[in-house]
Design a protein around this ligand. Structure first.
Ligand SMILES: O=C[C@H](O)COP(=O)(O)O
Length: 222
């Protein structure tokens, strides 16, 4: 099995900007190099290029629009993300929801630009449906648990198991991430035991007083 993937979304938290964001990227890079784990980071758009230049981590955008380069204003274009150094993108995060048609277009743009794709979903049905687009990952995140500090691994393991089933019944090659309230090594262990390939998390790391300690704990039971 490939190394588990820990994807840290910095969202728009104040703690995820500037110097703090760099500290998180630095410790993430160090921990990924020392261990058999893949750690990626999804900073604000303005940090994509600097992170690409300074760190050897996979750098994800938090969103991409389903447009091709041309006369669009204020859009996030997949080719521009790629040119800035992004290696992948989230699509349809709960805090940046899209219609089904928009998900398809965003996914197609990201793929055409050569970006790795993580489509976020809110329940079992959408997990199965989004798998038809053949993303690299589906990230299942019950919205009510996002940012709650209550781990989906503990609060709703059923949704993880059923999502893995739904995704793999459509395409066994699509990997699954567990998201919402993940903050400890135990949450990660449970997510892996339930058949997923890693976790998508934010507040547990970004808002922590000591992000390095949290990251070390997160990977401690892999
Ligand atoms: O993108 C990350 C997810 O929305 C999870 O956020 P959280 O770890 O703060 O619950």
């Amino acid at each position: 099995m490939a190394a588990p993937f820990i994807l840290i979304n910095l969202k728009s938290y104040a703690e995820g900007f500037g110097y703090n964001a760099q500290k998180i990227a630095q410790v993430a890079e160090k921990i990924a190099h020392e261990n058999d784990v893949r750690i990626g980071i999804a900073p604000g758009y303005m940090d994509i290029h600097p992170f690409h230049v300074h760190y050897s981590l996979p750098v994800f955008a938090q969103h991409v629009d389903g447009v091709t380069p041309g006369a669009h204003t204020g859009h996030i274009v997949a080719d521009a993300l790629k040119a800035a150094g992004a290696t992948g993108t989230l699509i349809n995060h709960s805090e940046r929801r899209l219609t089904l048609a928009d998900i398809e277009a965003a996914h197609r743009s990201a793929r055409n630009a050569g970006l790795e794709t993580v489509i976020c979903t809110n329940n079992v049905a959408t997990s199965g449906a989004a798998t038809f687009f053949e993303p690299d990952y589906i990230a299942i995140e019950p919205p009510e648990l996002i940012g709650s500090g209550i781990s989906v691994s503990k609060a709703d393991p059923g949704i993880i198991e059923k999502s893995v089933e739904a995704v793999h019944s459509v395409n066994a090659g699509v990997k699954v991430l567990t998201g919402a309230g993940i903050s400890t090594g135990e949450c990660v262990r449970t997510a892996l035991d339930l058949g997923t390939d890693g976790v998508l998390l934010a507040s547990g790391v970004v808002k922590a007083a000591d992000p390095e300690a949290v990251l070390r704990d997160l990977i401690s039971k892999i």
